[in-house]
Write a protein that binds this ligand. Structure first.
Ligand code: HEC
Length: 113
């Protein structure tokens, strides 16, 4: 039992770096080693980097809120059900983003101006 506090500290030490590495939705949307959504989508001025990407539609807050979070999660997970020929990667199905990361990207989309 004397070892228990030490074990708890070791466990916390192992968990903390993982927590501090949790990326926010905008970062997940932007980073090339994560969603890299900006390769295909533009977002409103100020909400992310300015790009000329137009392979996918420009994403606006009004449209994102019209779609709603459940649909956004589903389409980021895998859009190929709705359009088998889509060029958008199936982020959930191919485990490019995990469920928590998809939730944070969707929160970011839903809050776009
Ligand atoms: C390789 C290009 C590409 C990438 C990368 C990409 N998308 Fe897409 N996305 C598309 C295309 C093309 C569509 C249009 C729907 C279709 O293909 O049927 C689309 C559609 C969407 C839609 C629906 C838009 C609407 O108005 O209906 C959302 C939301 C979306 N993408 C979010 C994302 C997010 C979030 C990421 C990153 C995690 C991402 N996309 C990455 C190509 C891409």
């Amino acid at each position: 039992m004397r070892f228990l506090p030490a074990l708890v500290l070791v466990a916390m030490g192992a968990a903390l770096p993982a927590l501090s590495q949790q990326l926010d939705g905008r970062t997940l949307f932007t980073r090339a080693d994560k969603g890299h959504c900006i390769a295909c989508h533009q977002v409103p001025t100020g909400a992310g980097p300015a790009t000329r990407s137009d392979l996918g539609p420009a994403l606006t807050g009004a449209r994102m809120r019209e779609l709603g979070k459940p649909s956004l999660k589903a389409l980021v997970h895998d859009l190929s059900g709705a359009n088998p020929a889509t060029s958008m990667p199936p982020y959930g199905k191919h485990k490019i983003l995990d469920a928590g990361e998809i939730d944070r990207v969707v929160d970011y989309l839903h809050a776009l101006p």
